[in-house]
Design a protein around this ligand. Structure first.
Ligand code: CU1
Length: 536
C-alpha cells in the first residue's frame, strides 16, 4: 500500500464527516501528519521560550557580582529552562517525528489510536501554560514564583518547603505524563498491529525500533514519576510522611523514585535521535546501514541496562558502599552497547562516497558531540571522583552534550532531511550549512568553559561566582547568546521552506544522488514517502 492511496483514503473518510476548517481542523484532527506537525511546531516554539529563559541566566553569569535579578528568579529561570527543554521541547519534537514518520515507515494508514493521539497532543499546550503561570503571578504579588529546585527536583527538603510553584509543577508533570503515556501506548499498538503485510519487525527502519524501546521505557518510568510527585503533593498538603524523616518517612525514597524516572529519561530523549541518525548517514554516504541488528540490540540493551543505573545520581546521598559499587559499574556498562552503536554509525559512513549536505553535517556533528557526551559522562559516576563533580557546573556542561549535542543536533539534521518531503520545497542549503557551523562552534564554546569552571569547583544553581572564573564564564555567556541567535537562521529557513519560498523539491529528493533505498536493510517503506503531503 502506498502513501498516495492511504492519503486519498483518509481524505475520503474525512469527507463523509464534513471537513472541519480553520482552527477546528487542527483542534479535532486525528490525522497523524497533522498531529505530528502540531507536536513539531509546539516543540520548536518551546525551544525558543526555553532558550530565551536561559539567556537571561547567562546574562546574570556574564560577570561576577552582577545582580540583574534576585537569586530566586535566577533559580526559577534555570528550573523552567530545564523543565521546558526536556518536557515541552525535545519530547514533543521527537513525538512529532514519530507521529509523522512511523505510520509511513511501516505502511500503516495512521496511528492505531487516532483520537488518543489528538488528546495526547492537546494536553500539552495547557500544561506548558500551567508551568509558566506562577512565574508571572509573582510579579503581581501572587505566590512566590515558579518551581526553583532544578528540573530534577531532587532536593526533597526544598520541594516540601517551596511555594505554589511546586504545586503547579506537580500538576504539569501529571499532564505531561498522561500525554507521554498515551503517545507511548499509541506507538506500541501501531507498531505491533498496523504493519503492512510483509513488514516484519526486523524490516522496520531503526527509527521505529528506537521509538518502540522509548515507548516501553516511558510506560515503565512515567507512572513512577506520577507516583512520586503525588506522594510529594500529599506530604505537602495532606499530612502524609512519605519523605519526612521526623514522621517516619524516608527522604532517600524520594530520590530513588525520582531518579528511577530521571535517568531513563535521558535515554527517552536520546533513543529517537539514535534511531533517526543511521538513515541520514547511510543516505549521504551512499551505503547501507551497517549493523542493523546490532543497533536494534543496542537499543534494547541500553533501554534495559539504562533503567537499572538510577542511583548514580545519589552517590553522595548515603547509600551503602555495595550499592555505590553496583551503580558505578552498571553505569559504566551502558557504555558498551553505546559504543557498539557509535561504531555502527562510523562503519556506515566508512569508505562511503560522502557528500556534506546540511543533514549530513548535523549527523556527523552529532556523532562527535555524542562521543564527547559519553566520555565526559563516564567519569561522573566514578565513586572516587563523584564527590568532586557532584552539583558542579561540570555536570551541567556534560549533560548538554547528550541533550543538545545528541538529541537536538540529531533532530535539527532530521528537520533538514525530511522538510523537503514534508513541504515539497527545498530548504536553503547555504543558510542550513551556516546554521550548522555557527551552532557547533558556539555550542562548544558555551559548554566547554562550563565544564572547566565546574572542575575548578563552581557549583550549579548559584547566581554568582568568584572573580577568578570570570573569563570562562564570559566566553560561555557570549557564546550562549550567539548560539541562541544562530537558531534564528534555522527558524527563518524553516518558515521560508514551509511557506513554499524555496526551490520545489522533486519526488526524488535525497534519491538518485542520495538514494533513500539505501536507508533500509530491505524493501524500503521510504518509497511510500515520495508524494509530498499537502500542508495547509
Ligand atoms: Cu543518570
Amino acid at each position: 500500500m502506498t502513501t498516495a492511496t492511504t492519503a486519498t483514503a483518509s481524505h475520503e473518510h474525512d469527507a463523509h464527516h464534513g471537513h472541519p476548517t480553520g482552527i477546528m481542523r487542527w483542534l479535532k484532527s486525528t490525522n497523524h501528519k497533522d498531529i505530528g506537525l502540531m507536536y513539531m511546531i509546539f516543540g520548536t516554539t518551546m525551544f525558543f521560550v526555553g532558550g530565551l529563559l536561559i539567556l537571561l541566566v547567562r546574562a546574570e553569569l556574564f560577570m561576577p557580582g552582577l545582580q540583574l535579578m534576585n537569586p530566586s528568579i535566577y533559580n526559577q529561570l534555570v528550573t523552567l529552562h530545564g523543565l521546558i527543554m526536556v518536557f515541552a521541547f525535545i519530547m514533543p519534537l521527537t513525538t512529532g517525528f514519530n507521529n509523522y514518520l512511523i505510520p509511513m515507515m511501516i505502511g500503516a494508514s495512521d496511528m492505531a489510536l487516532p483520537r488518543l493521539n489528538n488528546w495526547g497532543f492537546w494536553i500539552l499546550p495547557p500544561a506548558a501554560i500551567l508551568l509558566l503561570i506562577p512565574f508571572f503571578l509573582q510579579f503581581f504579588g501572587i505566590g512566590d514564583g515558579a518551581a526553583s529546585n532544578a528540573w530534577t527536583m531532587d532536593n526533597v527538603a526544598l520541594d516540601l518547603q517551596s511555594g505554589i510553584g511546586m504545586d503547579f509543577t506537580i500538576l504539569t508533570v501529571h499532564l505531561l505524563g498522561i500525554s507521554s503515556i498515551t503517545g507511548a501506548i499509541n506507538v506500541i499498538v501501531t507498531i505491533f498491529n498496523m504493519r503492512a503485510p510483509g513488514m516484519t519487525l526486523w524490516k522496520m527502519p531503526l527509527f521505529c525500533w528506537a521509538w518502540l524501546v522509548t515507548s516501553f521505557m516511558l510506560l515503565a518510568v512515567i507512572p513512577v514519576l506520577g507516583a512520586v510527585v503525588t506522594m510529594l503533593l500529599t506530604d505537602r498538603h495532606f499530612g502524609t510522611h512519605f519523605f519526612i524523616a521526623s514522621g517516619g518517612g524516608d527522604p532517600l525514597l524520594f530520590q530513588h523514585l525520582l531518579w528511577f524516572f530521571g535517568h531513563p529519561e535521558v535515554y527517552i530523549v536520546l533513543l529517537p535521535a539514535w534511531g533517526i541518525l543511521p538513515g541520514i548517514l547511510s543516505t549521504f554516504a551512499r551505503k547501507p546501514v551497517y549493523g542493523y541488528k546490532a543497533q536494534v540490540c543496542s537499543f534494547w540493551a541500553i533501554g534495559i541496562l539504562g533503567s537499572m543505573v538510577w542511583a548514580h545520581h545519589m552517590l553522595s546521598s548515603g547509600i551503602p558502599l555495595a550499592g555505590e559499587l553496583y551503580f558505578m559499574y552498571a553505569t559504566m556498562a551502558v557504555s558498551i552497547p553505546t559504543a557498539v552503536m557509535i561504531f555502527c554509525w562510523i562503519a556506515t559512513i566508512w569508505r562511503g562516497s560522502m557528500t556534506f549536505e546540511t543533514p549530513m553535517l548535523f549527523g556527523l556533528g552529532m556523532i562527535v558531540m555524542f562521543g564527547i557526551a559519553g566520555l565526559t559522562g563516564l567519569v561522573i559516576p566514578d565513586i572516587a571522583a563523584y564527590a568532586q563533580y557532584h552539583n558542579t557546573m561540570y555536570v551541567v556542561g556534560h549533560f548538554h552534550y547528550p541533550f543538545f549535542g545528541g538529541a537536538v543536533l540529531g533532530f535539527m539534521g532530521a528537520t533538514y532531511f525530511y522538510m523537503p518531503k514534508m513541504t515539497g520545497h527545498m530548504y536553503d542549503e547555504k543558510l542550513g550549512k551556516l546554521h550548522f557551523w555557527l551552532t557547533i562552534v558556539f555550542f562548544n564554546f558555551t559548554f566547554i568553559p562550563m565544564m572547566m569552571v565546574g572542575l575548578a569547583g563552581v557549583p550549579r544553581h548559584l547566581a554568582d561566582y568568584a572573580l577568578k572564573y570570570s573569563e570562562y564564564q564570559m566566553i560561555s555567556s557570549v557564546s550562549a547568546i550567539l548560539l541562541g541567535a544562530s537558531q534564528l537562521i534555522f527558524l527563518y529557513n524553516i518558515i521560508k521552506t514551509a511557506r513554499g519560498n524555496g526551490e520545489k523539491a522533486t519526488a526524488q529528493v535525497w534519491e538518485g544522488a542520495q538514494g533513500l533505498e539505501f536507508t533500509l536493510p530491505s524493501p524500503p517503506p521510504y518509497h511510500t514517502f515520495t508524494t509530498p503531503p499537502e500542508v495547509k
